[in-house]
Write a protein that binds this ligand. Structure first.
Ligand SMILES: NC(=O)c1ccc[n+]([C@@H]2O[C@H](COP(=O)([O-])OP(=O)(O)OC[C@H]3O[C@@H](n4cnc5c(N)ncnc54)[C@H](O)[C@@H]3O)[C@@H](O)[C@H]2O)c1
Length: 267
């Protein structure tokens, strides 16, 4: 794969695994992250260029894409991966947390998509891949803010995809389930289910780059749930949530285990 690919939030977790998987396939990869020290270390481990990036800033994002294109040529793929997940009762969410979550998860993706399209559409080629979440289609107590942000990413991605469909540029959303990164620190897995690993999401992104599709649910076996989720009566939805413990997971979590993550996303 001889593509030029930029991954946001590549210092750790899903972004790191994705950068590694794409590089292993022969792509020319650059990563950007707001955590400069972690990005630098990740860049060294991966053997890729790593740059400081704040996805909420248009100037920072444009500079990141310029630096990505400088040595390697025009950007083929942008993976908008950077995101944060504040959890807890909706009344306990500060307005500052809410704004920050929407700023990174939603505006960050919108800014990145617009900047990438500005480069890709004139060439009639390119692919924007937005890492959304199953949380965007599965509203859950304790996760209202994050649910809202990811629902916005899914709708934005699909509308943009339809808008540019005939102009040679692909736009896709990835909807992962619980994945073992710092983002889920202190939370339990849904009953009877195993979390994905970051490498599973990375593999889905690699597949999408090779064969663009509108949406990739990870794991794929949950795709059916996404399709019918909105059609199920409320009482069935609530029974299913109770069956998997989803009614409590983001309200009754281990606050101590989550302290480090919470401090990082508020820094
Ligand atoms: N882990 C999961 O269970 C899960 C499930 C579904 C979707 N996702 C999504 O996957 C993406 C990656 O999450 P993760 O689990 O790897 O989390 P993570 O916390 O391990 O990594 C996220 C990275 O994004 C970076 N980042 C945060 N704000 C930024 C900003 N303003 N600009 C640039 N970089 C910034 C962080 O520094 C961090 O390195 C997120 O969009 C997340 O919502 C995660």
């Amino acid at each position: 794969m001889s593509k030029v690919i930029a991954v946001t939030g590549g210092a750790r977790g899903i972004g790191f695994a994705t950068a590694r998987a794409l590089k292993d396939k022969g792509a020319s990869v650059v990563i950007g992250d707001i955590d400069e020290a972690a990005a630098e270390e990740a860049g060294e481990r991966l053997g890729v260029a790593a740059y400081p990036l704040d996805v909420t800033s248009r100037a920072s994002f444009a500079a990141f894409l310029d630096r990505a294109e400088e040595p390697a040529g025009p950007l083929d793929v942008l993976v908008n991966n950077a995101g944060i997940m504040p959890i807890g009762p909706v009344t306990g969410e500060s307005d500052a947390d809410a704004r920050r979550c929407m700023d990174i998860n939603v505006h960050g993706v919108m800014i990145g998509t617009k900047l990438a399209l500005g480069r890709m559409l004139p060439r009639g080629a390119g692919h924007v891949i937005n890492i959304a979440s199953l949380a965007g289609v599965l509203p859950t107590p304790g996760l209202a803010l994050y649910n809202a942000s990811k629902a916005a990413v899914i709708a934005f991605t699909e509308a943009t995809r339809l808008e540019v469909l005939d102009r040679g540029v692909n736009v896709s959303a990835v909807l992962p389930t619980f994945t073992n990164t710092e983002l889920v620190a202190g939370t339990r897995s849904p009953k009877g289910q195993k979390n994905c690993e970051p490498e599973d999401i990375a593999a889905a992104v690699v597949e999408l780059v090779g064969r663009p599709r509108p949406q990739a649910v990870v794991p794929r076996k949950l795709s059916g749930q996404v399709r019918i989720g909105g059609l199920v009566p409320d009482r069935v939805k609530r029974a299913v949530a109770r069956r998997y413990g989803l009614d409590k997971i983001f309200l009754e979590y281990d606050e101590d285990a989550r302290k480090g993550y919470d401090a990082r996303i508020r820094a």
